[in-house]
Design a protein around this ligand. Structure first.
Ligand code: RB5
Length: 151
């Protein structure tokens, strides 16, 4: 299951990306927001971050004005590797090196066409594993240490 959410700053781009995912045959669940009223991005970042963290979904996309706030929120959740991507290169790296399970974009910083290309690259790229897996294991260790009160 694929999740997507935005605040008001990311609403238009979210609609575009949803249509793109559907075109690719990817089932996507929209966790809001659903209109242009001003809302607080942590409320929507939490929905996706929590669902991924507890294993209810495998992948997600978050969009706010810049992508910054949503990144901060999503990365609070253990097991979430949320990558703020801004071009084709960072989209590819977010999968090949970081195995990002959430990508975050700025609705006010990207054109629809570019964002769509970036999502496609993220979906089509492969995690390289090897030395990058070792680094992800270190991130998991940090999460474990925080949970156990060692950090
Ligand atoms: C909302 O105005 C804006 O602050 C939000 O969309 C986001 O850019 C926060 O990081």
């Amino acid at each position: 299951m694929f999740l997507i959410a935005s605040d008001h700053g990311g609403l238009d781009l979210k609609e575009h990306i949803k249509a793109y995912l559907k075109e690719r045959g990817i089932e996507v669940r929209d966790l809001g927001t659903d209109n242009g009223d001003s809302v607080d991005y942590p409320d929507f970042g939490e929905r996706v971050g929590k669902a991924i963290s507890i294993g209810e979904a495998e992948k997600g996309i978050l969009i706010c004005g810049t992508g910054i706030g949503m990144s901060i929120v999503a990365n609070k959740f253990p097991g979430v590797r949320a990558a703020l991507i801004w071009d084709e290169f960072t989209a590819r790296m977010s999968k090949e090196h970081n195995n990002a399970n959430v990508v975050v974009m700025g609705g006010r910083t990207l054109s629809e066409e570019k964002a769509e290309r970036m999502v496609g690259i993220w979906l089509d790229s492969k995690f390289e594993g090897g030395r990058h897996q070792k680094r992800l294991d270190k991130i998991s260790q940090i999460e474990d240490d925080i949970r156990a009160g060692r950090l």
